[in-house]
Ligand binder design. Sequence first.
Ligand code: MTE
Ligand code: MO
Length: 232
Amino acid sequence: MEGEDDRERRIVEARLRLRDRFLEKTRATPAASDARPLGSGPPNRHGMPKLPVGQTETAKWPVLDLGRQPGVSRDRWRLRVAGAVEHELDLSFEDLLALPQVEVVSDFHCVTGWSRMDLAWKGVLAEALLERAEPRREASHILVHGYDGYSTNLPLEEALKPDVLVAHQVDGAPLPGEHGGPVRMVTPQLYAWKGAKWISRIDVLSSDSPGLWEKNGYSNTAHPWRNDRYDR
Ligand SMILES: Nc1nc2c(c(=O)[nH]1)N[C@H]1C(S)=C(S)[C@@H](COP(=O)(O)O)O[C@H]1N2
Ligand SMILES: [Mo]
């Protein structure tokens, strides 16, 4: 049987390999590389201005879904990571809590024009899940699914950013069902539709495959700091 130390070393090595493979691409993504991002307000996270162009700050937090909230309990919730990986994962809520927990404060920009600022998320880095699954050489994208039938796609270099979480708490409380609880993904450097609520599966792919909104006219890349909302 593999010992704790061996397993830890394997995870560390897998993480470093994954970082190495995507470091340059991550650095070259718009949020990180634009010298003059589009927006206004004092500079804050990632050296960006506070609000991306065309966004208005909201104090309350709207709920956006497909008209159905699947109502998955913590007991029934599972997350599979499958596809072009060495080790498929099938995690329970308890398994998720056993992984390293991180807290990240970030902003939430909906493509419809509202931004909810300073949400304090707690959960597991998407990177931490991916490193455990070990994407194969050819892996380049993920397609993330929700229990409501939703899907959305991301290139690995976006998914590996240090604020992309698979989150189960927000502002110190369990993530409410209407906001995707028990567990959702958040992608603070992209429009919020890229974060699947009620997350059920992450498919690791060797080519890009559009999700629901991406098939229906939304931008594939979804960079708020470039006003990159819809297909042009
Ligand atoms: N599973 C699922 N995830 C989803 C959606 C959805 O309809 N289903 N809507 C997306 C959109 S368009 C946005 S803006 C955010 C909204 O999250 P909220 O309802 O917590 O504000 O979730 C995204 N993730
Ligand atoms: Mo949205």
